[in-house]
Structures are given as structure tokens and as C-alpha cells.
Design a protein around this ligand. Sequence first.
Ligand SMILES: NC(=O)c1ccc[n+]([C@@H]2O[C@H](COP(=O)([O-])OP(=O)(O)OC[C@H]3O[C@@H](n4cnc5c(N)ncnc54)[C@H](OP(=O)(O)O)[C@@H]3O)[C@@H](O)[C@H]2O)c1
Length: 431
Amino acid sequence: MSWDRLDLVIFGATGFTGKQTVIHMMEFAEKYNIRSWGVAGRSDKKLAELMKEVGQKTGKKSAAHAVTVIIADINDEKSLKNMCSRCKVLVNCCGPYRLYGEPVVKAAVESKTHYVDISGEPQFMEKMQLKYNDMACEAGVYIISACGWDSIPSDMGVMFLKQNFEGTLNSVRSYMKSEIPPEAMAKAEGRGVINYGTWESLVHGVAHNNELPALRKKLYPEPLPSLKPKLCRQIMHKKDGDSEYYLPFLGADESVVFRTQHDLHFKDNERPIQFKIYFKSGGFFRTIMTIFAGAFFFIMAKMRCTRNLLLKYPKFFSMGRVTKEGPVDIVMNNTYFSFDMIGEGWEEGADIDKTKPNKRVMGKVSGVNPAYGATCVALLSSAIIILKESDKMPGTGGVMTTGMAFKDTTLINYLNENNLKYEIYKPINIV
Ligand SMILES: NC(=O)c1ccc[n+]([C@@H]2O[C@H](COP(=O)([O-])OP(=O)(O)OC[C@H]3O[C@@H](n4cnc5c(N)ncnc54)[C@H](OP(=O)(O)O)[C@@H]3O)[C@@H](O)[C@H]2O)c1
């Protein structure tokens, strides 16, 4: 790889998440001594306006002016290759990835450029691994998806619990909750809590979720061994010490953690860890309403005519949560989230075939602004780790998950330094 390349380029910089990533990058560039970076998108006018706004907002006008601007369009392969060959790591914020992701991955591999993104779309991720892993290994580049809130807290959280367990970890249950104080919601200006890009990705993901089993079978012809005791999914239930209900979270987390554990088992001969994730749905009535709303969304996303309605009227069908303008700063900066993670297994030296798990560890991953703050921190930290610590990453490249790629790096230190906190509650209890 030529060393006169820029350190990184943020593609999709003019999008809602792309812009927040650029704002974070202004700070990260100084903090982590990233000397050269760029922004890319399909409209030079929009990119110029973006950098002007970012300069004003961050008070770093000359630094913003010095950022390299690159024009690239998903529909123009040459422009994508040109963009990729100008940087060491491509940071891709251009989604839905199902629609726009593959040409960028292809261009990155062909240009020998490392790649990170914030996809939360399992079909896209598994398809890329199936199709481009060998080429990425040969090119010596890392292609790593799900570097945002989807699914760094979960994937790195499981690795974090494992590293702190001192024994054999059998399973992890994660309980996620997110809250926005009513005072902040009162200032939402009708702009909801989520930008349209995430909704669009979700609608397309659900519409095509039937593709996943066949992809998975091709990607992993050999199943994981069945583990005992088996971690079963609970449906509507209460977590110990919490009076409200939790439901299974059907995001990308379980799929990403599964892939990490699969690769660790078959490549590094490690015992896989079972993982289930839930989200707090609230009281009984609210939980029942959430189940009905989820089922209604699922059915609508499956049929083309009703799917088009979901895409056309996001605000109506999300009950005001999703808008095309995206949330205002006060709402984003007052959205708190946490993942309480409970790991169970055996202390060192225990006979794991003959005894029940006898050890428990509790951990927590928390922060603010999950989709547009923590996501940007996790994404940029992932890119910087590739630049600074590729010697600690497995092999010399490939398409892989965050847990697999970053398990031996200091990524969690970067996250902790930037308000995406990983904690372990001590003492570790003997169950
Ligand atoms: N992992 C997470 O936790 C997380 C959090 C937030 C978002 N996301 C994901 O990030 C993705 C983006 O979301 P968003 O809300 O930022 O969406 P968005 O605001 O719609 O941004 C989409 C971006 O794609 C660009 N784009 C579209 N077509 C293009 C083309 N032909 N050539 C070049 N660029 C093109 C747009 O450029 P223009 O500005 O020129 O239209 C824009 O920059 C979604 O997939 C979402 O699910 C993930």
C-alpha cells in the first residue's frame, strides 16, 4: 500500500450519520494525530457546504478547509476505485448497505484499501464475507462491518466479559435499554429520534430476511457444536431486579456475535460463547403493544405495496420516531443507553462436562447518543485501530467481524476514552 495515501476517507459524508462522523473526526484527528483525511460523496456542492458548516460548528474553520474532498458515486465504479485508492482505510457511511454497499466493498478490495462500515444488515454482511473474504485475504486488507452501535457494544462486550472471566464462559445474556428524558423530547421539534436511513435499512432488511438461512449455510457449512447448558431464548420476561418487561431484540447483534464465535471456534479452536440479547419494552400493556406493532411492521415490510407505504410515510408508521430530517442535537445528546451483560460459566479448573456453571460475571456497556454519537466513536476508533494496530489483528486481512478483528487490540480503551464505557462489576460471584 502506498504511504502517500490519506489515512482515511469518510464516504457518505453528506448523509445524516456521515455528517456526525465528520464532526467527530475533527476532534479525533487532533486527539489521535491523524494527519491526513478526506470526505467523499457524489455532490461537490453538498460536500463544500458540509465542510463549511462543520468548520463553523466545531470552531475549526481552517482545519475543515484543509480536509481533502473526493467525488465518488455508487453508480460509477471508476470513481469508487479512485476514492479507495487514495486512502488507507475507507469509512463507509453510505447505506442502506443492501442497496449501496457491495460496489464499495469491491472497490476497496480491488484497491487494497481497508474498509469499515456501520451496517446493521446481516444479509449484507454475510454475503460480503462469503463473496470477498478470499480476495480480501489475498489483497491483505481488512473488511469489517457493524462497527457502529450495531454491534460493537455486543460483539466487543462478549469479548470483554470473556477476557475478564478467568474461567470458561458458556453464555452471555444482554439487556439493553434506552431512555430520553421528557424535557429533551419536548424540544424534538417534530423531528423524532431516528433518521430515515436507518428505517430504510430496517425495512429492506426485514423484507429480505428469508435470504439469511441459505447464506449462512453456504458461509458456515459446518455447524457449531451443541453446548451445554444451552442458552434458550426467553420471550416476554423480567430481568432479575427489574420490574419491567424485556423482549428479544431482533437487530444484527446476535448474528454478528454468532459469526465471531463461529470463527473463533473453527480458526482458533476456542469454545464458543452463546449469546442472547433483549430490549426493555416497559410495563405489561406497553409490551403487548410493542409486540403487535412489531408484527404489524413485519407483515407490512414483507409485501411490496405495504413496504412502499412504510418507505413513503416513515413518520406516520413509526408514530413520529423516524423523520427524513433526522433528530435535533438536544434529543441525540440526551439519549442514554446501556447494555447490562450477564455472563455465566465455570471457574478455572472446574470439570465443565460434569458440573453446572458455577461462576457469574456482570458487565455494562453504556453511553449517550447511540445512533449518531456512540456509532461515530466506534466507527472512527475501529478505523484508527486498523491504522495503528494492524499487527495485533488476525492474519493479514479478510472479511471479519469486529470481535474477531479487534479482540487483541486496544479498541476498548479508545471507546472508554470517548464515552462509550465498558465496565465489569466486581466481585465476580460464585453462583
Ligand atoms: N450501526 C448503527 O448503529 C447505525 C447508526 C446510524 C446509521 N446507520 C446506518 O448508516 C446508513 C446511513 O444512514 P443515514 O441515516 O446517515 O442515511 P442518509 O442520511 O440517507 O445518508 C445516506 C448517504 O448515502 C449517500 N448516497 C446515496 N446514494 C448515493 C450514490 N449513488 N452515490 C454516492 N452516495 C450516495 C447519500 O448521499 P447524498 O447526501 O448525496 O444523498 C448520503 O450521504 C444506514 O444504512 C443506517 O442503517 C447505522
